[in-house]
Ligand binder design. Structure first.
Ligand code: GRF
Length: 193
């Protein structure tokens, strides 16, 4: 069974959905660690309630990204983590983690990449006037939302959509897509072994 660490910075609805899926047997993996760069984020409460160990840190207390990524790496090794799932982790991954986990790290982004990378992707799509946006799952590389795309789901934008209503529609497809995609990756890897 894959030993997974989830990285998150905010509310953690994706974190919760993934943990629940592992417990229901829909996703064959063990979520063994939460890594969070915002110690007051709600996701930390969720991990506590789910009994999942957490490494919550304040990046400002480290001299550089390399320093806090080395601290993260130590935690990942301590928990014997095979795979990293980014779910609303609002930082670029640096060389330290990329070297250790390259090809074993995915991210979810609320747009149809390569359109609208970076922050406020749902707002960007709404304001660009496009009629279709969506959700992408991709492998992580050194860029901002640029790694190879693994899966996407489209979401239609209609003329009455507001930021709130569109956010609701996008979030509604995120959880199922992430769980399904991770299950597919892990199953494929098991078959290859
Ligand atoms: C999601 O929209 C995800 O696509 C983006 O950050 C958000 C995280 O939401 N990268 P949550 O914390 O999982 O609720």
């Amino acid at each position: 069974m894959k030993r997974v660490a989830i990285f998150a910075s905010g509310s953690g609805s994706n974190f919760q959905a993934i943990v629940d899926a592992t417990r229901l047997g829909e996703l064959e993996a063990d979520v063994c660690l939460l890594v969070c760069d915002k110690p007051d984020a709600y996701v930390v409460q969720r991990a506590l309630q789910s009994g999942i160990p957490t490494f919550a840190f304040n990046p400002k207390e480290y001299a550089s990204k390399q320093h806090f990524e080395l601290a993260i790496l130590e935690e990942l090794q301590k928990h014997d983590i095979d795979f990293i799932v980014l779910a609303g982790y609002m930082r670029l991954i640096g060389d330290t983690l990329l070297h250790a986990y390259g090809g074993r790290m995915t991210n979810i982004h609320p747009s149809l990449l390569p359109s609208f990378p970076g922050k406020d992707a749902i707002w960007q799509a709404l304001h660009a006037g496009v009629k279709i946006t969506g959700v992408s799952i991709h492998y992580v590389d050194e860029g901002m939302d640029t790694g190879p795309i693994i899966a996407q789901t489209a979401v239609e934008i209609d003329e009455y959509d507001t930021l709130q209503s569109l956010e609701k529609k996008v979030h509604a497809v995120e959880h199922a897509l992430y769980i399904h995609t991770l299950q597919h990756i892990f199953q494929k890897e098991r078959q290859e072994v």
